[in-house]
Design a protein around this ligand. Structure first.
Ligand code: AMP
Length: 144
């Protein structure tokens, strides 16, 4: 049995894509009192999870709505889509926002030009190229 001493409600998060980023995020969130479910279409990807990972795993293609339903998207507080395909991440994020009205939706986009478009739909976007560029510029300016 699990007891919750904090008045903070337990957050239920679905992560799509158990690559390097998804697996690290799942490890961190599952160790911080939240319910985490991670989906990947390739079962071998779950090897990246740490032995202490305390969440659930689900093998399936997240572009299939029945997979999202099977992991309980209707009750999720947050959805993070970090597969290696922008179109998949956008599709999952839009379903989460528009069909299930989930407020906390984050997706990774490799294409920087698409980033601002989806922010308008209430989807938070992470673009590795933009983040890296900012960080590199910062590091260079620190050495000047
Ligand atoms: P990475 O590029 O290391 O962040 O890994 C991305 C992960 O996303 C890989 O483990 C892929 O198997 C997974 N992936 C890609 N497309 C899908 C999809 N449609 N549904 C579920 N997982 C996916």
């Amino acid at each position: 049995m699990r007891f919750f001493s904090s008045s903070k409600p337990v957050q239920s998060t679905i992560i799509v894509g158990c690559g390097r980023l998804g697996a690290n995020l799942a490890n961190t969130l599952s160790n911080s009192d939240g319910n985490v479910t991670i989906i990947d279409k390739d079962e071998r990807s779950f090897r990246k999870l740490s032995p202490s990972y305390g969440g659930l795993t689900y093998v399936g293609d997240a572009t299939d709505i029945s997979v999202l339903k099977a992991v309980g998207i209707e009750k999720a507080d947050a959805v993070v889509s970090v597969t290696n395909f922008d179109n998949t991440n956008i599709m999952v994020a839009q379903i989460a926002r528009e069909e299930y009205n989930i407020k906390n939706v984050v997706c990774r986009l490799y294409d920087p030009e698409r980033e601002c478009i989806y922010q308008e739909f209430g989807i938070s976007t992470i673009c590795p190229a933009v983040l890296s560029e900012k960080e590199i510029s910062k590091l260079l300016s620190e050495k000047e």
